[in-house]
Design a protein around this ligand. Structure first.
Ligand code: SF4
Ligand code: SF4
Length: 443
C-alpha cells in the first residue's frame, strides 16, 4: 500500500503547495511517528488555507490519514488557529463522522511565523529540530493542507492542475479562487475586479516571504497569494532594493543592537543563528569569519529580523540569503548541525502577534476578508513552467502542435534525477510553445 501511495503521488506531480515546492512523493517516503498538517497560514492577508480547510475538510483528513499510512505515523495533528472558525467546525464534523481517534486539531497561538516548519514542530510536539535539520530528524513530517488535498486527489488519479490563490491588497474585491496552473497573474487579478491602482506592484506569496512578480507571470503549484500594492509601498521598496544598497546600508548603519537576534524565531528555538553577529562581521569587513557567517545557513528567511527586529531599516534576511547564495556558489555547505541545547526562555514573550505585524508592514488597511469565490471565466491560454518545484526541471513529453487534454502529462521527471516532479496540462488545447514553459492555447 505504501508503495502504491508514493507512486500515485509521484505520478500526479504533487509538490509542497505552501512555498518551496518540495516533491511530496519524496517527503512521505519516510518513517516517522507524527504527521502535522500545516494550516497555520501565518502570513498576513492570506486566506487560502483557511478556506481550503473549510471547503475540503474530508479530502484534507483523508490526505493526512494517507500520509500517516505511508510513513507509519500513529499520531496526526492539524495545526490551525481558533479564529479559523469555519475550518474548525468543518474538520471537527469530519473527524467525528469518521470516528477518527488518531487525528486531532492543534490550536496555534496567532503569531508569526507559526507556519515555519520548525516552529510548528516545536509548538505541536515540543521537539526541537536540530540546526540545519528538517522535521524528519525528530520523527515528524509536516505537510501543507493543500498538499494533503492534492494527495487525496492523486489517489483518485487526479494530477495537480489547479491552485487555490488569495487575491488581495489594492484590488476591487479581494477573494480566494481556484485557478488553472499557468494562468497569468493579470487574469487572476481581473477575477478580483482588477487593481484599484493604475500603476502597481505584485507580490507572489505572503507579504513576509513572497517575492515580487509581474502581471504576465503564471500561477504555479506554489503560488499561495497574489498581493497588489502601490509601487511605492515600503514592502515593495524593500523587496526590490539592489543587493549593493542592502550591503552598503548594513555596513554603514548597523549599530549591533541585537534586536534582530532577539526577534529571530530560529534563535529563540535555541539555534546558534545570531543575525547581529553576521551583520557585525559584514560591517567590519571580516569576511574570513566563516564560523560566524556560515550560520546564515540556519536562516529560514522569514524576515522577522527585518520587520520586527531592526529599527534601522536593515535586512539581515537579505544578507543571510546572499551569504547562502555565495557559499553555495563556492561549494561551501552548512557546517552547523548541533542539537540546540534548549529553547530560549524569552521565546514565549517574543512571538510576533499577527496583528502587530500587519501594522508594522503598513498593511492594516488591506486586512479584509477574501471569501472563496467560484466565478465562471474563460481561459484562452496557460503557460506552465517545467520547473515549479525543488529539483530538476521536468522533461517535456509533448511536441509543438500536439493536442492535449486537461490532465495529460506534459513533463516528466528526467531519468536519473533524484529530485523532481511531473507536470500536467491544466486545460485542453494545442501546444504552441515548448521551452522552459509549455504554452497551451485553448481550441
Ligand atoms: S537590529 Fe538592525 S541595527 Fe540592530 S544589530 Fe540587527 S541589523 Fe544591526
Ligand atoms: S530571516 Fe531573520 S529572523 Fe528569520 S530566521 Fe533568518 S535571521 Fe532569523
Amino acid at each position: 500500500m505504501r508503495d502504491e501511495i508514493i507512486a500515485a503521488v509521484k505520478a500526479a506531480g504533487v509538490v509542497g503547495a505552501g512555498g518551496a515546492g518540495f516533491p511530496a512523493h519524496l517527503k512521505i517516503n519516510a518513517a516517522v511517528d507524527v504527521v502535522i498538517a500545516n494550516g497555520a497560514e501565518c502570513e498576513p492577508l492570506l486566506r487560502a488555507h483557511q478556506h481550503i480547510m473549510a471547503a475540503e475538510s474530508t479530502k484534507l483528513v483523508i490526505g493526512l490519514k494517507t500520509v500517516m499510512l505511508a510513513t507509519g505515523a500513529r499520531r496526526g495533528y492539524i495545526g490551525l488557529k481558533r479564529k479559523y472558525e469555519a475550518a474548525v467546525q468543518s474538520i471537527s464534523t469530519v473527524l467525528e463522522h469518521m470516528k477518527e481517534t488518531e487525528i486531532q486539531l492543534f490550536y496555534l497561538p496567532d503569531f508569526y511565523p507559526a507556519g515555519d516548519e520548525q516552529v510548528l514542530v516545536h509548538e505541536v510536539t515540543g521537539r526541537i529540530v536540530p540546526e540545519g535539520g528538517i522535521p524528519l530528524h525528530v520523527g515528524v513530517v509536516v505537510t501543507n493542507v493543500e498538499t494533503l488535498v492534492n494527495i487525496t486527489q492523486a489517489l483518485e488519479g487526479l494530477p495537480v492542475i489547479e491552485k487555490y490563490v488569495t487575491v488581495t491588497g489594492a484590488v476591487q474585491h479581494p477573494l480566494t479562487v481556484k485557478v488553472p496552473i499557468g494562468l497569468p497573474v493579470s487574469e487572476v487579478i481581473a477575477l478580483a475586479g482588477g487593481s484599484l491602482l493604475t500603476e502597481y506592484a505584485v507580490i507572489d506569496g505572503g507579504p513576509m516571504m513572497g517575492k515580487l512578480t509581474t502581471p504576465d507571470a503564471p500561477v504555479t503549484k506554489t503560488t499561495g497569494g497574489i498581493i497588489v500594492l502601490p509601487k511605492d509601498h515600503s514592502l515593495v521598496t524593500e523587496k526590490s532594493m539592489a543587493w549593493n544598497i542592502v550591503a552598503n546600508r548594513a555596513k554603514a548603519v548597523c549599530c549591533n543592537c541585537m534586536a534582530c537576534t532577539d526577534a529571530c524565531p530560529r534563535h529563540l528555538l535555541g539555534h546558534s543563528l545570531q543575525p547581529h553577529r553576521i551583520m557585525q562581521a559584514i560591517g567590519r569587513g571580516q569576511l574570513q569569519e566563516t564560523e560566524v557567517l556560515t550560520r546564515a545557513f540556519l536562516c529560514s528567511e522569514c524576515g522577522a529580523c527585518d520587520t520586527f527586529g531592526c529599527t534601522m531599516g536593515l535586512s539581515p534576511r537579505r544578507v543571510n540569503a546572499e551569504l547562502k547564495r555565495q557559499f553555495a556558489k563556492a561549494g561551501i555547505r552548512n557546517p552547523h548541525h548541533a542539537a540546540p541545547p534548549a529553547v530560549s526562555g524569552a521565546r514565549e514573550h517574543r512571538r510576533i502577534p499577527t496583528k502587530r505585524l500587519l501594522y508594522r508592514l503598513g498593511l492594516d488597511k488591506y486586512d479584509v476578508k477574501a471569501p472563496i469565490s467560484t466565478p465562471v471565466f474563460h481561459v484562452s491560454e496557460v503557460r506552465i513552467p517545467l520547473s515549479q518545484h525543488i529539483g530538476a526541471p521536468a522533461k517535456p513529453v509533448v511536441e509543438l502542435g500536439a493536442t492535449v487534454q486537461k490532465g495529460d502529462t506534459i513533463g516528466v521527471i528526467p531519468e536519473g534525477a533524484a529530485v523532481g516532479a511531473n507536470v500536467h496540462a491544466s486545460i485542453s488545447g494545442q501546444v504552441i510553445t515548448v521551452a522552459d514553459m509549455i504554452v497551451i492555447r485553448a481550441m
